[in-house]
Design a protein around this ligand. Structure first.
Ligand SMILES: *Cc1c(COP(=O)(O)O)cnc(C)c1O
Length: 332
Protein backbone atom coordinates (compact mmCIF):
# COMPACT_ATOMS: atom_id res chain seq x y z
CA UNK A 1 0.00 0.00 0.00
CA UNK A 2 0.97 3.63 -0.49
CA UNK A 3 0.42 4.68 3.12
CA UNK A 4 -0.90 8.22 3.34
CA UNK A 5 -3.03 7.74 6.45
CA UNK A 6 -0.88 8.11 9.56
CA UNK A 7 1.41 11.15 9.14
CA UNK A 8 4.50 9.01 8.80
CA UNK A 9 7.64 10.32 7.12
CA UNK A 10 7.87 8.24 3.91
CA UNK A 11 11.67 8.26 3.73
CA UNK A 12 14.11 5.72 5.14
CA UNK A 13 17.81 6.33 5.90
CA UNK A 14 20.82 6.45 3.57
CA UNK A 15 22.82 3.19 3.56
CA UNK A 16 25.87 4.62 5.37
CA UNK A 17 23.64 5.75 8.25
CA UNK A 18 22.04 2.29 8.42
CA UNK A 19 25.47 0.68 8.55
CA UNK A 20 26.72 2.94 11.34
CA UNK A 21 23.49 2.45 13.30
CA UNK A 22 23.69 -1.36 12.99
CA UNK A 23 27.10 -1.17 14.64
CA UNK A 24 25.72 0.88 17.54
CA UNK A 25 22.85 -1.56 18.00
CA UNK A 26 25.26 -4.52 17.99
CA UNK A 27 27.30 -2.84 20.75
CA UNK A 28 24.22 -2.29 22.94
CA UNK A 29 23.87 -4.59 25.93
CA UNK A 30 20.22 -5.53 25.98
CA UNK A 31 20.78 -7.70 29.06
CA UNK A 32 21.08 -4.46 31.09
CA UNK A 33 18.32 -2.05 32.02
CA UNK A 34 18.42 1.29 30.22
CA UNK A 35 19.40 4.57 31.93
CA UNK A 36 16.14 5.24 33.87
CA UNK A 37 16.50 9.01 33.43
CA UNK A 38 17.76 8.80 29.82
CA UNK A 39 20.01 11.77 30.54
CA UNK A 40 22.19 11.57 27.41
CA UNK A 41 19.14 11.53 25.18
CA UNK A 42 17.46 14.36 27.09
CA UNK A 43 20.44 16.62 26.55
CA UNK A 44 20.54 15.70 22.87
CA UNK A 45 16.84 16.59 22.57
CA UNK A 46 17.34 19.83 24.51
CA UNK A 47 19.94 20.91 22.00
CA UNK A 48 18.00 19.73 18.93
CA UNK A 49 14.78 21.45 20.01
CA UNK A 50 16.27 24.58 21.63
CA UNK A 51 14.73 23.88 25.02
CA UNK A 52 15.92 26.51 27.54
CA UNK A 53 18.50 25.30 30.11
CA UNK A 54 16.30 26.22 33.07
CA UNK A 55 13.40 24.07 31.85
CA UNK A 56 12.97 20.40 32.81
CA UNK A 57 12.28 17.57 30.37
CA UNK A 58 10.51 14.26 30.83
CA UNK A 59 10.30 11.56 28.20
CA UNK A 60 7.44 9.27 27.26
CA UNK A 61 6.97 6.12 25.22
CA UNK A 62 5.48 8.33 22.52
CA UNK A 63 3.77 11.57 23.46
CA UNK A 64 0.67 9.46 24.03
CA UNK A 65 2.31 8.16 27.20
CA UNK A 66 3.01 11.72 28.31
CA UNK A 67 -0.66 12.63 27.93
CA UNK A 68 -1.40 9.59 30.08
CA UNK A 69 1.14 10.61 32.76
CA UNK A 70 -0.34 14.10 32.94
CA UNK A 71 -3.87 12.73 33.22
CA UNK A 72 -2.89 10.18 35.89
CA UNK A 73 -1.12 12.82 37.96
CA UNK A 74 -3.99 15.30 37.76
CA UNK A 75 -6.96 12.93 37.89
CA UNK A 76 -9.50 12.99 40.67
CA UNK A 77 -13.21 13.44 41.13
CA UNK A 78 -14.48 16.47 39.22
CA UNK A 79 -11.15 17.08 37.42
CA UNK A 80 -11.57 18.18 33.83
CA UNK A 81 -9.49 17.92 30.66
CA UNK A 82 -10.41 20.53 28.07
CA UNK A 83 -9.55 20.59 24.38
CA UNK A 84 -11.12 21.42 21.03
CA UNK A 85 -13.15 19.37 18.55
CA UNK A 86 -12.17 18.17 16.06
CA UNK A 87 -8.87 17.59 17.83
CA UNK A 88 -6.40 14.85 18.69
CA UNK A 89 -8.52 11.89 19.88
CA UNK A 90 -6.09 10.71 22.58
CA UNK A 91 -6.83 13.71 24.86
CA UNK A 92 -10.43 12.60 25.22
CA UNK A 93 -9.72 8.87 25.34
CA UNK A 94 -7.02 9.14 28.00
CA UNK A 95 -9.08 11.60 30.07
CA UNK A 96 -11.93 9.07 30.09
CA UNK A 97 -9.64 6.11 30.88
CA UNK A 98 -8.21 8.05 33.84
CA UNK A 99 -11.65 8.88 35.18
CA UNK A 100 -11.55 12.57 34.32
CA UNK A 101 -14.24 14.64 32.69
CA UNK A 102 -13.62 15.73 29.11
CA UNK A 103 -14.89 18.95 27.58
CA UNK A 104 -14.37 19.45 23.83
CA UNK A 105 -15.06 22.98 22.60
CA UNK A 106 -16.08 23.06 18.91
CA UNK A 107 -13.79 24.89 16.49
CA UNK A 108 -15.34 27.33 14.03
CA UNK A 109 -16.92 25.38 11.23
CA UNK A 110 -15.75 27.60 8.41
CA UNK A 111 -11.97 27.25 8.82
CA UNK A 112 -11.46 25.25 12.04
CA UNK A 113 -10.04 28.30 13.82
CA UNK A 114 -10.47 28.67 17.60
CA UNK A 115 -13.86 29.83 18.81
CA UNK A 116 -12.15 32.13 21.25
CA UNK A 117 -15.26 33.30 23.13
CA UNK A 118 -16.55 29.74 23.49
CA UNK A 119 -13.24 28.45 24.79
CA UNK A 120 -12.87 31.29 27.30
CA UNK A 121 -16.38 30.65 28.52
CA UNK A 122 -15.77 26.90 28.80
CA UNK A 123 -12.61 27.54 30.81
CA UNK A 124 -14.49 29.80 33.21
CA UNK A 125 -17.31 27.29 33.53
CA UNK A 126 -15.32 24.04 33.85
CA UNK A 127 -12.07 25.25 35.50
CA UNK A 128 -10.03 22.56 33.67
CA UNK A 129 -7.04 21.00 35.42
CA UNK A 130 -5.38 20.88 31.99
CA UNK A 131 -6.05 22.27 28.53
CA UNK A 132 -4.50 20.39 25.58
CA UNK A 133 -4.10 22.29 22.30
CA UNK A 134 -2.27 20.85 19.30
CA UNK A 135 -0.34 23.50 17.34
CA UNK A 136 -0.75 22.78 14.40
CA UNK A 137 -3.97 20.91 15.09
CA UNK A 138 -4.73 17.33 14.05
CA UNK A 139 -6.84 16.42 12.04
CA UNK A 140 -7.33 19.94 10.64
CA UNK A 141 -3.69 20.94 10.03
CA UNK A 142 -4.03 24.63 10.91
CA UNK A 143 -2.23 26.78 13.47
CA UNK A 144 -4.43 28.55 15.99
CA UNK A 145 -4.14 32.29 16.55
CA UNK A 146 -1.04 32.87 18.68
CA UNK A 147 -2.35 35.88 20.63
CA UNK A 148 -5.52 33.98 21.49
CA UNK A 149 -3.46 31.04 22.74
CA UNK A 150 -1.38 33.33 24.94
CA UNK A 151 -4.52 34.84 26.37
CA UNK A 152 -5.83 31.32 27.10
CA UNK A 153 -2.56 30.44 28.86
CA UNK A 154 -2.82 33.62 30.95
CA UNK A 155 -6.41 33.04 32.00
CA UNK A 156 -6.48 29.25 32.48
CA UNK A 157 -6.69 28.18 36.13
CA UNK A 158 -4.66 25.02 35.43
CA UNK A 159 -2.03 23.78 33.00
CA UNK A 160 -1.96 24.46 29.28
CA UNK A 161 -0.10 21.89 27.19
CA UNK A 162 0.79 23.04 23.69
CA UNK A 163 1.24 19.85 21.65
CA UNK A 164 3.81 20.51 18.92
CA UNK A 165 3.78 17.07 17.29
CA UNK A 166 4.07 18.75 13.86
CA UNK A 167 6.93 21.10 14.75
CA UNK A 168 9.14 19.93 11.83
CA UNK A 169 6.59 21.28 9.37
CA UNK A 170 5.99 24.77 10.76
CA UNK A 171 8.12 27.74 11.81
CA UNK A 172 5.92 28.47 14.82
CA UNK A 173 6.59 27.26 18.36
CA UNK A 174 5.85 28.05 22.00
CA UNK A 175 9.20 26.72 23.22
CA UNK A 176 10.69 30.26 23.40
CA UNK A 177 7.85 31.23 25.78
CA UNK A 178 8.60 28.44 28.28
CA UNK A 179 9.22 29.91 31.71
CA UNK A 180 7.29 33.11 30.97
CA UNK A 181 4.06 31.49 32.13
CA UNK A 182 4.24 29.08 35.06
CA UNK A 183 1.38 26.93 33.69
CA UNK A 184 2.74 26.52 30.13
CA UNK A 185 4.16 23.16 29.03
CA UNK A 186 5.22 22.16 25.51
CA UNK A 187 5.00 18.59 24.22
CA UNK A 188 6.98 17.26 21.27
CA UNK A 189 7.49 13.89 19.59
CA UNK A 190 10.02 12.44 17.17
CA UNK A 191 7.26 10.44 15.45
CA UNK A 192 6.32 12.88 12.70
CA UNK A 193 9.93 13.85 11.89
CA UNK A 194 10.61 10.26 10.85
CA UNK A 195 11.00 8.08 13.96
CA UNK A 196 7.43 6.93 14.60
CA UNK A 197 8.56 3.34 15.22
CA UNK A 198 10.77 4.33 18.16
CA UNK A 199 7.94 5.68 20.36
CA UNK A 200 9.53 8.76 21.89
CA UNK A 201 7.89 11.96 23.03
CA UNK A 202 8.93 14.71 25.40
CA UNK A 203 7.42 17.28 27.69
CA UNK A 204 9.30 20.50 28.51
CA UNK A 205 8.44 22.99 31.21
CA UNK A 206 9.04 24.16 34.76
CA UNK A 207 10.48 21.57 37.19
CA UNK A 208 7.72 22.31 39.73
CA UNK A 209 5.31 20.51 37.41
CA UNK A 210 7.53 17.96 35.71
CA UNK A 211 8.96 16.63 38.99
CA UNK A 212 5.40 15.72 40.00
CA UNK A 213 4.63 14.02 36.66
CA UNK A 214 7.86 12.09 36.96
CA UNK A 215 6.42 10.36 40.05
CA UNK A 216 3.83 8.52 37.91
CA UNK A 217 6.28 7.68 35.11
CA UNK A 218 7.12 3.98 35.03
CA UNK A 219 10.82 3.27 35.51
CA UNK A 220 12.70 2.49 32.29
CA UNK A 221 9.82 3.67 30.08
CA UNK A 222 12.30 4.55 27.32
CA UNK A 223 14.00 1.35 26.23
CA UNK A 224 17.70 1.18 25.45
CA UNK A 225 17.25 0.70 21.70
CA UNK A 226 15.09 3.82 21.50
CA UNK A 227 17.53 5.82 23.64
CA UNK A 228 20.51 4.88 21.48
CA UNK A 229 18.70 5.17 18.16
CA UNK A 230 17.14 8.57 18.86
CA UNK A 231 20.47 9.91 20.10
CA UNK A 232 22.16 8.64 16.94
CA UNK A 233 19.43 10.02 14.65
CA UNK A 234 19.54 13.47 16.24
CA UNK A 235 23.31 13.55 15.70
CA UNK A 236 22.41 13.30 12.03
CA UNK A 237 19.65 15.90 12.17
CA UNK A 238 20.62 17.21 8.72
CA UNK A 239 19.33 14.01 7.11
CA UNK A 240 15.93 14.49 8.73
CA UNK A 241 15.89 18.23 8.00
CA UNK A 242 16.40 17.45 4.31
CA UNK A 243 13.51 14.98 4.43
CA UNK A 244 11.15 17.40 6.16
CA UNK A 245 12.09 20.13 3.67
CA UNK A 246 11.03 17.81 0.86
CA UNK A 247 7.76 17.05 2.64
CA UNK A 248 7.06 20.76 3.10
CA UNK A 249 7.68 21.37 -0.61
CA UNK A 250 5.46 18.45 -1.54
CA UNK A 251 2.72 19.79 0.74
CA UNK A 252 2.55 22.90 -1.46
CA UNK A 253 2.54 20.81 -4.64
CA UNK A 254 -0.30 18.65 -3.29
CA UNK A 255 -2.38 21.56 -1.97
CA UNK A 256 -2.10 23.41 -5.28
CA UNK A 257 -3.07 20.35 -7.30
CA UNK A 258 -6.04 19.58 -5.06
CA UNK A 259 -7.21 23.19 -5.12
CA UNK A 260 -7.53 23.02 -8.87
CA UNK A 261 -9.92 20.08 -8.75
CA UNK A 262 -13.64 20.68 -9.00
CA UNK A 263 -15.65 20.39 -5.81
CA UNK A 264 -12.68 19.90 -3.50
CA UNK A 265 -12.18 22.18 -0.50
CA UNK A 266 -8.58 22.28 0.72
CA UNK A 267 -7.87 23.46 4.28
CA UNK A 268 -4.70 25.31 5.11
CA UNK A 269 -1.99 23.13 6.65
CA UNK A 270 1.19 23.72 8.61
CA UNK A 271 1.56 19.98 9.17
CA UNK A 272 2.59 16.99 7.01
CA UNK A 273 -0.99 16.26 5.99
CA UNK A 274 -3.83 18.02 4.23
CA UNK A 275 -7.48 17.97 5.22
CA UNK A 276 -9.90 18.10 2.31
CA UNK A 277 -13.65 18.11 1.87
CA UNK A 278 -15.08 16.41 -1.22
CA UNK A 279 -18.51 16.59 -2.85
CA UNK A 280 -21.44 15.53 -0.71
CA UNK A 281 -21.56 11.81 0.11
CA UNK A 282 -18.55 11.04 -2.09
CA UNK A 283 -15.92 10.47 0.61
CA UNK A 284 -16.67 6.78 1.15
CA UNK A 285 -16.56 5.96 -2.59
CA UNK A 286 -13.31 7.88 -3.00
CA UNK A 287 -11.73 6.25 0.07
CA UNK A 288 -12.74 2.76 -1.12
CA UNK A 289 -11.67 3.50 -4.70
CA UNK A 290 -8.24 4.68 -3.56
CA UNK A 291 -7.85 1.62 -1.36
CA UNK A 292 -8.69 -0.66 -4.28
CA UNK A 293 -5.77 0.98 -6.09
CA UNK A 294 -3.45 0.39 -3.15
CA UNK A 295 -3.59 3.89 -1.70
CA UNK A 296 -4.55 4.34 1.94
CA UNK A 297 -5.76 7.72 3.26
CA UNK A 298 -7.67 8.59 6.42
CA UNK A 299 -11.44 8.54 6.20
CA UNK A 300 -12.84 11.18 8.55
CA UNK A 301 -16.33 11.50 7.15
CA UNK A 302 -18.78 9.96 9.59
CA UNK A 303 -16.54 10.45 12.64
CA UNK A 304 -18.29 13.69 13.57
CA UNK A 305 -20.70 16.07 11.80
CA UNK A 306 -18.18 18.87 11.11
CA UNK A 307 -15.93 16.38 9.30
CA UNK A 308 -18.70 15.19 6.99
CA UNK A 309 -17.25 14.45 3.52
CA UNK A 310 -13.67 14.96 4.80
CA UNK A 311 -10.53 12.94 4.10
CA UNK A 312 -7.04 13.49 5.52
CA UNK A 313 -4.08 12.88 3.24
CA UNK A 314 -0.56 12.52 4.62
CA UNK A 315 2.08 14.06 2.35
CA UNK A 316 4.27 11.29 0.94
CA UNK A 317 7.13 11.20 -1.56
CA UNK A 318 6.73 13.04 -4.88
CA UNK A 319 6.06 9.72 -6.57
CA UNK A 320 3.46 8.59 -4.02
CA UNK A 321 1.72 11.96 -4.14
CA UNK A 322 1.43 12.00 -7.91
CA UNK A 323 0.02 8.46 -7.88
CA UNK A 324 -2.49 9.58 -5.27
CA UNK A 325 -3.40 12.72 -7.22
CA UNK A 326 -4.10 10.90 -10.48
CA UNK A 327 -6.13 8.16 -8.75
CA UNK A 328 -8.04 10.78 -6.78
CA UNK A 329 -8.70 12.91 -9.87
CA UNK A 330 -10.19 9.95 -11.73
CA UNK A 331 -12.37 9.01 -8.74
CA UNK A 332 -13.90 12.45 -8.31
C1 LIG B 1 0.60 12.01 16.14
C2 LIG B 1 0.26 12.92 17.26
C3 LIG B 1 0.73 12.66 18.55
C4 LIG B 1 1.29 11.30 18.91
O1 LIG B 1 2.59 11.24 18.97
P1 LIG B 1 3.38 9.94 19.46
O2 LIG B 1 4.60 10.55 20.00
O3 LIG B 1 3.59 9.13 18.24
O4 LIG B 1 2.57 9.23 20.51
C5 LIG B 1 0.51 13.60 19.53
N1 LIG B 1 -0.20 14.71 19.28
C6 LIG B 1 -0.71 14.96 18.07
C7 LIG B 1 -1.50 16.20 17.85
C8 LIG B 1 -0.51 14.06 17.03
O5 LIG B 1 -1.07 14.30 15.84
Amino acid sequence: MIKLDAMENPYTWPQELLDEWSGIMADTNVNRYPDPAANTLKERLREAMNIPQDMSIILGNGSDEIIQMIAMALSGPDKTVLSVEPGFVMYRMIAVFCGMKYVGVPLKEKDFSLDYDAIKQAITEHQPAVVFLAYPNNPTGNLFNREQLISIIKSAPGLVVIDEAYAPFTDESFIPLLGQYSNLLVMRTVSKMGLAGLRLGLLAGPAQWLDEFDKVRLPYNINVLTQKTADFALKHQAVFDAQTTQIREQRTVMANALQQMDGVTVYESDANFILIRVAQNKAETIFTGLKAQGILVKMLSGSQPVLQDCLRITVGTAEENSQFLSAFQSLI
